[in-house]
Write a new protein. Structure first.
Ligand SMILES: *[C@@H]1O[C@H](CO)[C@@H](O)[C@H](O)[C@H]1NC(C)=O
Ligand SMILES: *[C@@H]1O[C@H](CO)[C@@H](O)[C@H](O)[C@H]1NC(C)=O
Length: 175
């Protein structure tokens, strides 16, 4: 009687520790995958030395093969906005290859030049400049222009309006 209860006791302990181990490894596994999922598309851009503002706000999800750099980014519909004198258009799916300081074989991003929409094929970073190439021509911008993600529709103006409102605050106060 005593023996059998001891036997059951130790059996229970073995089962308990096994399930604890199982739980721990499951927890560990799920937290690892969660950590992978937690990187947003914007953080992925940063990890390759690019500014977040290369993508507009509202990325739903992305796929990335870290060994080849091949990626797809999914937006909630097409997105157009203007930055300065440039009109930009993002399709709902953007694909290409990402490496440190270089985006290549891009598909889905175009810029309007005169009357034509031209596809941006590569984006290269050298020091503090970003070079956008449409194949036949390229244009350089300071990296700091892309510190903020543009919003579909209003681009960076929505941000500027907010900043202006904040900046006007003290002036309104003192007058
Ligand atoms: C990444 O791409 C390579 C080459 O196409 C392929 O062999 C590999 O399975 C891919 N990895 C993932 C995680 O899709
Ligand atoms: C996608 O866009 C539609 C219409 O613009 C909006 O109703 C919906 O909430 C958006 N979905 C997400 C996940 O942002």
């Amino acid at each position: 009687m005593v023996l059998s209860s001891r036997f059951f006791f130790s059996l229970r302990r073995v089962l308990l520790s096994t399930s604890v181990l199982l739980c721990l490894s499951l927890l560990c596994f799920s937290s690892l995958t969660a950590a992978d999922d937690e990187l947003t598309a914007y953080e992925v851009l940063e990890s390759y030395d690019f500014p977040v503002g290369l993508l507009p706000k509202g990325v739903l999800s992305y796929d990335l093969n870290t060994s080849t750099g091949k990626f797809s980014v999914y937006l909630n519909g097409t997105c157009t906005f203007s930055i300065g004198s440039y009109n930009l258009k993002y399709k709902s799916t953007i694909t290409g290859y990402i490496a440190k300081d270089k985006l290549s074989k891009l598909k889905g991003i175009s810029v309007k030049v005169l009357f034509f929409w031209l596809s941006i094929v590569t984006v290269t970073r050298s020091d503090d400049e970003l070079e956008f190439s449409v194949g036949i021509a390229s244009v350089d911008f300071p990296v700091t222009n892309f510190d903020v993600c543009p919003e579909c529709g209003c681009g960076l103006d929505c941000v500027n309006k907010k900043v202006q409102r904040i900046r006007r605050g003290p002036f309104a106060f003192s007058s």
